[in-house]
Design a protein. Structure first.
Length: 310
């Protein structure tokens, strides 16, 4: 079905002569997503076979006890292990290793497999990101196809900002900035428009601003200060929508009642539960459930403060 494909290009209302297309999938073809998934599955299986069973990050998990009993993972005879080599979402691929040598080997193997199947890794869109207790004295260099890969101090993966310390500070601030920008774009025509009902404006605010603010919050483990920052954003913008100033002395509870909304803390709890339910109901062989019930096989958190300098 994809053999002998031809295409035309429309330029200034005039179609070009047909030319052959020898790579890629047909645009709009219902089989294209399935064929793409099969292709990526083949790449993943070839990569796992070439890298071996010990590659990637080890996860030790146990499914026969309470989720919140951390000490259950100390019984090595009752725990199971799995290796996470790569995570793929559409055409994004994240490779995980424990050390520099393993990372370079994984890059060489996966790059070679893609090349053998007619694709090539785009080094301009590829970055290396470290999450280490002690940062390296000298930044190591990694190459793929002879090109140097950029090393970054923070990394945006699927819309979320990752930092070396696994802190949510940067992510929370980024979410607030993006939600503020979304509010600003809708401020004049919708959110502060006196011709619209409060119910309509609140619905738009929840659908656009709050969805942006709490994007991927299902996996957050926020501190109290993070929740307070989000609550301040929420109440401040609700007051702007309803024309309430500090002189009116309206409490947060009264503000939520008027707007028919809830606090950010309640929204976060609901999102956590909506995410946990499907994950817990997954079969035992599914990776999300294994990770939820497990922890890294290697590496221990030291006592006291975690930040170190060298």
């Amino acid at each position: 079905m994809h053999d002998g494909m031809q295409a035309r290009v429309l330029v200034s209302g005039v179609q070009s002569e047909p030319f052959s297309v020898q790579m890629g999938l047909k645009q709009g073809c219902v089989l294209a997503p399935v064929l793409f998934n099969i292709f990526l599955l083949a790449v993943a299986q070839l990569s796992h076979n070439a890298l071996g069973p010990d590659a990637g990050m080890g996860i030790r998990y146990r499914l026969d006890s309470s989720l919140f009993n951390i000490r259950r993972l100390e019984a090595y005879t009752k725990t199971l292990t799995t290796q996470v080599i790569e995570l793929q979402y559409a055409d994004d691929c994240a490779i995980m290793t424990h050390n520099r040598e393993s990372m370079q080997r994984a890059l060489d193997v996966i790059s070679g497999i893609y090349s053998s199947l007619g694709l090539q890794i785009n080094t301009q869109k590829t970055e290396i990101f470290f999450q280490s207790i002690v940062p390296p004295k000298e930044a190591p260099q990694f190459y793929t196809n002879g090109d140097l890969i950029k090393i970054v101090n923070q990394f945006k993966y699927l819309g979320s900002t990752l930092t070396p310390t696994c802190s949510l500070d940067m992510e929370i601030q980024t979410r607030i900035n993006l939600a503020s920008a979304a509010f600003g774009r809708l401020r004049t025509r919708v959110l502060l428009n006196n011709d619209l009902k409060y119910g309509t404006k609140t619905a738009v605010y929840l659908a656009v601003c709050i969805s942006t603010l709490l994007y991927a919050s299902e996996t957050w483990a926020p501190y109290k200060r993070h929740i307070q920052m989000l609550e301040n954003f929420h109440t401040r913008h609700l007051k702007r929508i309803f024309g309430i100033s500090w002189e009116d002395r309206v409490t947060r509870e009264e503000l939520y009642r008027r707007s028919n909304t809830t606090s950010i803390e309640t929204m976060l709890a609901k999102r956590h539960l909506c995410w946990l339910g499907p994950v817990i109901r997954m079969p035992d062989h599914r990776l999300p459930r294994q990770i939820l019930h497990g922890k890294l096989s290697n590496g221990n958190r030291s006592a006291g403060g975690q930040k170190k300098e060298i």
